[in-house]
Design a protein around this ligand. Structure first.
Ligand code: NAD
Ligand code: UGA
Length: 501
């Protein structure tokens, strides 16, 4: 024995697998390295608790837990094992460094780690299908099935398999059937445990979740498996926040939560267009409406549209599910959230062009922020990309500054989502420059557009920026984070979402 009482393996070391497993490791009792005179170091099971971390929540079992995150990508795992983690997330480095090498490990030895594990999480990507039945809407669960096949193939003992990825309802059934095909008579319990963290706030979201949802089969074995997983979370999450449901409710609740959140953004964005047309101010509307406790204040910031790898994917997944069950009106209802989001992105770039005398050809435009939200370097489905695409089509010269986004990632996303690359769009590399800071991006520009709500954009020296820009100097605030009155005093012509011009 290695001194650990429970072994967890997580397949998929991405935005969810990495932070989630790091937080589990940080909050669970750890084995303590024992001293031996020869041979490799061994762990003896003396549970210790890190006081600075366990102050986050209540107590649970005292079983020492070892967590290993595995991935097919060697590059990804090497980065998790280095000081330069593959994703940027405030507070993540500190949590990883506290546990890595003690009870948190990252490896590409997938077979060995599955074999060792009592509990295997599947936390792989489930993107929208690009071809075949349901293309453009249905989620591709190929990676989940491959994980199930791998687990069935290499396991030598019974295991609990936890679906962490966001999946269409009844995927757990497919996972169970694949697992049951093992030829060793092994018995697997499948649980659904969707993740609700948001990027940029992943660590606090995981440390203090609103709820942890665990769906399982309502049989004695299923309930026992759910309790095993619940007892892991109970190390730091209060019991009343750990919900257990049947499998299908758990799978569907994840899609519904994202659909409701995205719907709020589309709702307020639709109102922002009406505000601009009527002279109402969307911030005043939000305050007035959000003070109603039944509606609530959060998630009502109008913007250039929502982005990120999940909202659109998960709503399309929901739409497709509704269609599959013949619920056409339900499908159309949710699809409207996407239609409104596309409209908002397009509306913003069109307004930039029409405001700048109907032409941006050859004009330098500074884009401040490319990530899909602040405090992340993630650019998947970022709304900034659609604005940049439209402006490139108008032959503007784009200068992008984002504190976390790598140029390489920007191009990969541009190619993946907009199908725009150097081969099919000659001159693209020259049309889009990445700047080292906001000041150089704005120097000589006709306009600056704030597309991500990074805090540092609020505190720039706008007098200096104004002096360096062509006149009239336009500001397009796509996140409503700047002090518009102050900017107007400096001399800028300011246009903001849902505000009178
Ligand atoms: P990701 O793309 O960042 O990471 C997925 C990882 O899985 C990749 O590193 C990939 O190499 C690996 N992988 C794929 N197939 C594999 C296999 N067969 N074996 C081992 N590794 C494999 O994805 P993500 O953002 O972490 O999302 C994962 C899931 O969680 C998705 O279903 C997503 O909808 C859901 N989710 C994401 C977020 C988020 O904020 N990103 C939040 C909640 C839920
Ligand atoms: C979202 C959900 O918030 C998480 O609960 C969920 O786990 C996750 O999706 C997922 O399943 O992937 P995330 O996409 O990381 O998290 O970030 P959000 O904070 O939800 O923002 C999504 C997008 O909506 C961003 O582009 C953001 O700028 C935009 N947004 C958000 C607005 O435009 N206005 C708002 O008021 C809030």
């Amino acid at each position: 024995s290695d001194g650990f009482d429970l072994h967890i393996c997580c397949m998929g070391a991405g935005y969810v697998g990495g932070p989630t497993m790091a937080v589990i490791a940080a909050n669970c009792p750890k084995g303590v390295m024992g001293s031996v005179t020869c041979g490799p170091p061994v762990f003896v099971s003396i549970p210790i608790r890190d006081e600075s971390i366990t102050t986050w929540g209540g107590g649970g079992g005292e079983r020492a837990i070892r967590v290993c995150v595995v991935d097919l990508s060697q590059k990804q795992i090497d980065a998790w094992n280095s000081p330069d983690l593959p994703i940027y997330e405030p507070g993540l480095v500190e949590v990883v460094e506290k546990c890595r090498g003690t009870n948190l490990f990252f490896s590409t030895d997938i077979d060995a780690e599955i074999e060792l594990a009592d509990v295997v999480f599947i936390s792989v990507n489930t993107p929208t299908k690009t071809a075949g039945i349901g293309a453009g809407r249905a989620a591709n669960v190929k990676n989940c099935e491959l994980c199930a096949r791998k687990i069935a193939e290499v396991s030598m003992g019974d295991k609990i398999v936890v679906e962490k990825s966001t999946v269409p309802v009844r995927t757990a059934e497919a996972v169970r059937r694949v697992l049951d095909c093992n030829e060793k008579g092994l018995r697997f319990q499948v649980l659904s445990n969707p993740e609700f963290l948001a990027e940029g706030t992943a660590i606090p979201d995981l440390m203090e979740p609103d709820r942890v949802l665990i769906g399982g089969v309502q049989s004695p074995e299923g309930l026992r498996a759910a309790e095993t997983l619940a007892s892991v979370y109970a190390n730091w999450v209060p019991r009343e926040r750990i919900l257990t449901t049947n499998l299908w409710s758990s799978e569907l609740a994840k899609l519904v939560a994202n659909a409701f959140l995205a719907q709020r953004v589309s709702s307020i964005n639709s109102i922002s267009a009406l505000c601009e047309a009527t002279g109402a101010n969307v911030s005043e509307i939000t305050r007035a409406v959000g003070m109603d406790d039944r509606i609530g204040k959060r998630f009502l910031n109008s913007s250039i549209g929502f982005g990120g790898s999940c909202f659109q994917k998960d709503i399309l997944n929901l739409v497709y599910l509704c269609e599959t069950y013949g619920l056409r009106e339900c499908a159309e209802y949710w699809n409207q959230v996407i239609i409104m989001n596309d409209y908002q992105k397009k509306r913003f770039s069109e307004k930039m062009v029409s405001t700048m005398f109907n032409t941006v050809t050859g004009k330098k435009i500074a884009i401040l922020g490319f990530a899909f939200k602040k405090d992340t370097g993630d650019v998947r489905e970022t709304p900034s990309m659609f604005v940049v695409r439209d402006l490139v089509h108008e032959q503007a010269k784009i200068h992008v500054y984002d504190p976390q986004v790598k140029r390489e990632d920007m191009w990969i996303e541009m190619d993946y989502t907009c199908k725009m690359n150097a081969a099919n769009h000659p001159g693209l590399e020259e049309a889009v420059t990445t700047s080292p800071d906001a000041y150089s991006a704005c120097d000589g520009a006709h306009a600056l557009a704030v597309l991500t709500e990074w805090d540092e954009f609020k505190d720039l020296d706008y007098e200096r920026i104004y002096k360096s820009m062509a006149k009239p100097a336009f500001v397009f605030d796509g996140r409503n984070i700047l002090d518009h009155d102050a900017l107007r005093k400096v001399g800028f012509e300011v246009h903001a979402i849902g505000k009178p011009d």
